[in-house]
Write a protein that binds this ligand. Structure first.
Ligand code: E4P
Length: 216
């Protein structure tokens, strides 16, 4: 499974990129607004930091506007993926942008039928928001399983990009379910390698080594 970082914070992205484990980045209008950097400048810097797919979201609400913004965004860098909301207008725009050969990420997906439509329109990625479903008492990860089944049934190649990830358990379940990508907030990413028994075991090894006065 590919690991994307869900952030528009350049410090976080730089630290994440240095681990060598990051395959791409997703942003959204809220994250970009929080970054305090102009959209274009931010995207160019992210493209320098992470040599993989970088999702940049359109803000127009009508299809012609989304198509115009999407074409503009895609010209900024060959790694830009145009992020489009899962609305009727967004699906229309996805179809046209996909026909133009522009990579798309259909976002704000909350049902298997929505994911089916995104794939039918040629989306490169679909982003089911698991955490926001959990927030309203619906099992978010069940959606990933359902989309996987729908895509298998029809041989769709749209990649399932698990979004709205809140904790390492979401990441583990994504791997177990065979999701193509999980986009992970930096604070969750830093928790993935941690285990209390690893820390405890290492402390014991170091204490024993020191007590015996050994050197390499
Ligand atoms: C995905 O691309 C979105 O940016 C993101 O995962 C939304 O997550 P949130 O529900 O934590 O805002």
């Amino acid at each position: 499974m590919k690991i994307f970082i869900d952030s528009a914070n350049l410090d976080e992205l730089e630290k994440a990129a240095q681990t060598g484990m990051i395959d791409g980045v997703t942003t959204n209008p809220s994250l970009v607004a929080k970054s305090g950097v102009s959209f274009e400048k931010l995207l160019m810097r992210i493209c320098e930091l992470v040599p993989g797919p970088i999702s940049a979201e359109v803000t127009a609400l009508d299809a012609p506007g989304m198509i115009e913004e999407g074409r503009k965004l895609s010209k900024l860098h060959s790694n830009i993926v145009v992020k489009v909301p899962l609305t009727d207008a967004g699906l229309k725009a996805t179809r046209i942008l996909s026909q133009d050969g522009i990579a798309t990420n259909v976002t704000l997906c909350f049902s298997p039928i929505q994911a089916y439509l995104a794939a039918k329109c040629g989306a490169t990625y679909v982003s089911p928001f698991v955490g926001r479903l959990d927030d309203i008492g619906v099992a978010g990860m069940q959606l990933i399983q359902d989309i996987r089944k729908v895509y298998q049934n029809y041989g769709f190649t749209t990649q399932i990009l698990v979004a709205s990830v809140r904790h390492p358990e979401h990441v583990l379940q994504s791997i177990m379910m065979g999701a193509d990508v999980a986009t992970i907030p930096y604070n969750v990413f830093t928790k993935l390698a941690q285990h209390p028994l690893t820390e405890k075991g290492l402390n014991q090894f170091m204490a024993d080594w020191k007590a015996a006065g050994l050197t390499l």
